[in-house]
Design a binder for this molecule. Structure first.
Ligand code: CU
Length: 127
């Protein structure tokens, strides 16, 4: 009786372990998805984008994939008025996929509406 229970518990633990391992092997991270799409990953963390609010370069008539990932505990959003990009509020660990897609060359400003002083940068679109 007791050995049966121990066996059942052991098998249950093993099953969970196997499911976890397979899940890890097949799971594609946001980082790898961005890389294969030749896109850009912006991580909102410590009230900055990628630590430095980097300038992003893109070309007209060539959509560039853009993923915003919030790694903070507080909410952030990502807005580019001139490009019609607005992720709305992202909670912790939420992400949003969008694209820089425009026919008009120029310099566009991106920012977080909740922290516009520290979370602000430029998107340079060349023709
Ligand atoms: Cu913010």
């Amino acid at each position: 009786m007791n050995t049966n229970i121990i066996a059942i518990v052991a098998v249950s633990f093993m099953s969970v372990g196997i499911i976890w391992a397979v899940g890890n092997l097949t799971h594609t991270t946001i980082e790898s998805r961005v890389k294969t799409a030749n896109g850009i990953l912006l991580i909102a963390q410590d009230n900055r984008f990628n630590g430095t609010n980097p300038t992003i370069y893109a070309n007209t008539n060539l959509p560039k994939k853009l993923i915003i990932l919030n790694k903070d505990f507080v909410r952030h959003d990502f807005i580019v008025d001139g490009l019609g990009i607005n992720t709305s509020y992202l909670s912790a660990d939420q992400s949003f996929i969008t694209a820089i897609a425009t026919k008009k060359a120029g310099v566009y400003e991106y920012y977080c509406s909740l922290h516009p002083e520290t979370m602000r940068g430029k998107i340079v679109v060349k023709s």
